[in-house]
Design a protein around this ligand. Structure first.
Ligand code: KIV
Ligand code: ZN
Length: 391
């Protein structure tokens, strides 16, 4: 029976770091790699060693440092790339070479100007060559999302014969729909000889906002590794967000798919990556955005104050967020004002709350958000009329 463990392959330091503005030096990469290992990822893709001397050094130093996760280096299907990656990974406890080639018609025609047979030959040669250096060789069929399934299956079967241990099926351009991507994974499971002996990996880009949905569809259809980045950073619209796939699997236990991620570290890890890479996270980003656990409309606030689960499907503590936020705006109601006032020490009677609420609305109409400082001001005015009890 197939294992229900989903391996988390983190490519923040490779696919994430190749984004303009996200460049890190070796020291910063080491700090992030150590955190990823602590977080519980199974594989850290540390870089593309042949691409620059700096990247080579980073991969080498990460390989020396990381204790639990496999450390992986990217290559093209080029001997020199593979030799350099093997050299950079030689001190890793668990080294993995990630090699591959484009398999879609447009890659074959425009990038390589080659035949399909030639692409298969290069793919096999790259995997066999990498096997001379490491046992664990992951093969990527670049642009698999737009590759004809029958041809993709043929490529996969051939690289398995050459010794690939993991088959990466990237939706490089973020084109697939979840059902289409899931069907692709199922097709490979049903049609590739030897596929039961390897791990199928999802590597989805987010050009249509479907990277996470596609990765989950892949896992549901038999993939057992998901490639992702913290905060979903990556080329163009980014990669699958690590925190999203991990929490989807956790919040949907009936899928019977688990990861080894310590989810309580997700929020801090997101902040660390955001700050080190200087890449802001949109406030409404799932799981780690500033508003992910913030409630501002009166109806929602009243519900959350009565019982968090009315409007929250994740306990913020599970991802390392201290508590849900009740944000005071002109859309907030009395319940929210009383709740926030109590948090900073004011216990209001019903009549005091009515008075305070009128003043509060004046503040709220003037500004985007009413903060604790404003609440103190409001309470001073109410206090002039009737003494407020200190909570
Ligand atoms: O998106 C992609 O196809 C990739 C491969 C190099 C794995 O990042
Ligand atoms: Zn990618």
């Amino acid at each position: 029976m197939q294992s229900d463990k989903i391996q988390i392959f983190d490519t923040t330091l490779r696919d994430g770091e190749q984004v303009p503005g996200c460049k890190l030096d070796t020291q910063q990469k080491l700090i992030i790699a150590e955190r990823l290992d602590f977080l519980g990822v199974d594989v850290i893709e540390a870089g593309f060693p042949v691409s620059s001397p700096g990247d080579f050094t980073s991969v080498q130093e990460i390989a020396k440092l990381v204790k639990n996760a496999a450390v992986c280096g990217l290559t093209r299907a080029v001997k020199k790339d593979i030799e350099v990656a093997a050299d950079a990974l030689k001190f890793a406890n668990k080294p993995r070479i990630h090699t591959g080639i484009g398999t879609s018609d447009s890659h074959i025609q425009y990038k390589f100007n080659a035949s399909k047979e030639e692409v298969i030959r290069r793919a096999k040669e790259a995997v066999s060559y990498a096997k001379n250096f490491v046992d664990d060789v992951e093969f990527y069929a670049e642009d698999a999302g737009r590759t004809d399934n029958a041809f993709l299956a043929k490529v996969c079967e051939e690289v398995i014969k050459s010794g690939a241990t993991v088959l990466n099926i990237p939706d490089t351009t973020g084109y697939c729909l979840p059902e289409e991507y899931g069907t692709k994974i199922k097709y490979l499971k049903d049609n590739v000889k030897g596929i039961e002996n390897v791990i199928i990996s999802c590597h989805c880009h987010n050009d249509l906002g479907l990277a996470t949905a596609n990765s989950i569809a892949g896992a549901v259809n038999g993939a057992r590794q998901i490639e992702c980045t913290v905060n979903g950073i990556g080329e163009r619209a980014g990669n699958t967000a690590l925190e999203e796939v991990v929490m989807i699997l956790k919040q949907h236990p009936y899928l019977n798919l688990q990861t080894d991620i310590n989810t309580k570290l997700l929020y801090d890890t997101s902040i660390m990556v955001r700050e080190r890479m200087g890449m802001p996270v949109q406030p409404n980003k799932a799981i780690v955005g500033a508003n992910a656990f913030a409630h501002s409309s009166g109806i929602h606030q009243d519900g959350v104050i009565k019982n968090r689960e009315t409007y929250e499907i994740i306990n913020p503590a599970d991802v390392g967020v201290t508590e849900s936020a009740i944000v005071l705006t002109a859309r907030s109601g009395r319940a929210a004002l009383a709740y926030r006032a109590k948090k900073i020490g004011y216990e209001l009677t019903k009549i005091q709350l009515d008075t305070a609420y009128k003043t509060f609305l004046q503040f709220a109409d003037r500004q985007k958000e009413v903060i604790d400082e404003d609440i103190h001001q409001i309470m001073k005015q109410v206090n002039k009329i009737s003494k407020i009890a200190i909570a």
